[in-house]
Design a protein around this ligand. Structure first.
Ligand SMILES: [Zn+2]
Length: 414
């Protein structure tokens, strides 16, 4: 993400954050024009046009009929002449009919065109800015896996690792299905707006255990659909496992969704359903997927229960919301900046052993070099060396090259 792209991206956040005290995030990078399928309403009117004149009411034909009648009348009172009078009367009636019909058709065309135009304009103003910049160019080089649910996009980002991306909601959340020989681990369950269980069932037949990168609503929405759910042993986790409605509802504000919501989805009843924690996990725990081990690294900061997962053998680090490409949210009441600093230093120490960093929003792959840069950027902000780029209410954005943090103004400097 370049400076310009982030700058372009940010005004949307500022606007959204102003509107509501509820969390709204800009984790996006503007890069491209809108997806054409999201602009579908524009195309609905292209085939609605009817021919200008109905069959048999062509103006040329009518002209020829007039001149024939006139010729006959000029021949006097002959039988042919009387017949011509009758024809004439008939033709005048016909001409009226045609002109009325034409006017109606012209009106109808004008109406259809202006309606189409207003729908197009309305659709343009309705498409949120963040959505117009999708798809992100980084996805072009990723291997897409076709699935039937249009709410999600699935990419195979490493051997037996699937990124499950939700591009139709502002969070652009990414969950990961990591498949071993005996079982698979689902690292987050997304927004819970469509049916993630169906998607994972299409990707693997193995039993699935769920573990969340942390328990903010945008990562636990479909937890309730799974039988085995590991949780970190924190009060924050236990509280969130009771479910909630407010944060979920805030995700549906008019500028937060993009394109079609799933047919069976009911915005009115949308909430994060409660789930049952099957077993607690702790820092350093290893999870055996069969021929594949995942290590739990507690990385508190963004939330008290934030973790990263380390697939050491495959050099993959799943970083949750501790790192993703885009402004990192560090302003919520549950965020602890001291803890965050310690967590990212711990991750940065793993840099030589990592090939890919896989974050939980926007884009699934980043090079390991982002980790030491994340530390440098964060420490520069904490030392008061970085002026705020933009502010909104109590929150401030700090940017160092392509890394940025959204923080509470009073807290940012140590
Ligand atoms: Zn979060």
């Amino acid at each position: 993400m370049t400076r310009e792209q982030t700058a372009k991206r940010f005004p949307h956040w500022a606007q959204a954050a102003n509107k509501s005290k509820i969390k709204k995030r800009t984790r996006s990078t503007p890069d491209k024009l809108s997806r054409s399928h999201l602009l579908a309403p524009h195309h609905k009117f292209t085939s609605a046009r009817k021919p200008l004149h109905g069959r048999g009411y062509n103006l040329d034909q009518l002209g020829r009929r007039f001149s024939r009648t006139r010729a006959a009348r000029d021949h006097g009172t002959s039988r042919a002449g009387r017949r011509a009078e009758v024809y004439r009367a008939h033709d005048i009636g016909l001409a009226w009919k045609v002109s009325i019909k034409q006017s109606l058709q012209t009106l109808r065309i004008a109406f259809v065109l202006s309606f189409a135009l207003s729908v197009a304009l309305f659709a343009q103003t309705k498409i949120p800015e963040w959505c117009r910049t999708l798809p992100r160019p980084e996805y072009e080089t990723l291997q897409r896996v076709r699935i039937s649910d249009p709410w999600y996009e699935v990419y195979k980002v490493a051997p037996a690792v699937y990124a499950i991306y939700e591009p139709h909601q502002f969070e652009e959340t990414i969950s990961y299905l990591i498949v071993g020989d005996k079982q698979a681990l689902l690292f987050d369950t997304g927004m819970g707006i469509s049916d993630l269980r169906k998607v994972t069932a299409a990707l693997t037949r193995l039993p699935i255990v769920v573990l969340n990168s942390h328990t903010h609503n945008d990562h636990v929405g479909d937890n309730w659909q799974f039988e085995t759910i590991y949780g970190m042993d924190t009060e924050f986790t236990r509280k969130n496992a009771q479910g909630s409605r407010e944060d979920a509802q805030a995700e549906l504000a008019p500028d937060q969704t993009c394109g079609q919501l799933p047919k069976r989805f009911d915005p009115k009843t949308y909430a994060t359903p409660p789930w049952k924690i099957t077993a607690y996990k702790h820092d350093g725990d290893r999870i055996d997927l069969g021929g594949r081990w995942l290590e739990v690294i507690a990385t508190p900061g963004h939330t008290p229960d934030a973790i990263s997962l380390f697939d050491r053998a495959n050099s993959l680090l799943f970083s949750g919301d501790t790192y993703y490409p885009g402004p990192i949210w560090l302003y919520r009441p549950e965020t602890n900046l001291e803890a965050y600093g310690a967590s990212i230093r711990r991750l940065a120490a793993l840099t030589p052993q990592i090939k890919t960093v896989l974050g939980a929003h926007n884009v699934p792959v980043a090079p390991p070099s982002v980790l030491p840069r994340l530390v440098t950027a964060f420490e520069a902000v904490r030392a008061g060396k970085i002026p705020a780029t933009q502010s909104s209410g109590d929150n401030v954005l700090y940017r160092v090259d392509d890394i940025s943090f959204l923080m509470r103004r009073a807290e940012a400097k140590r």
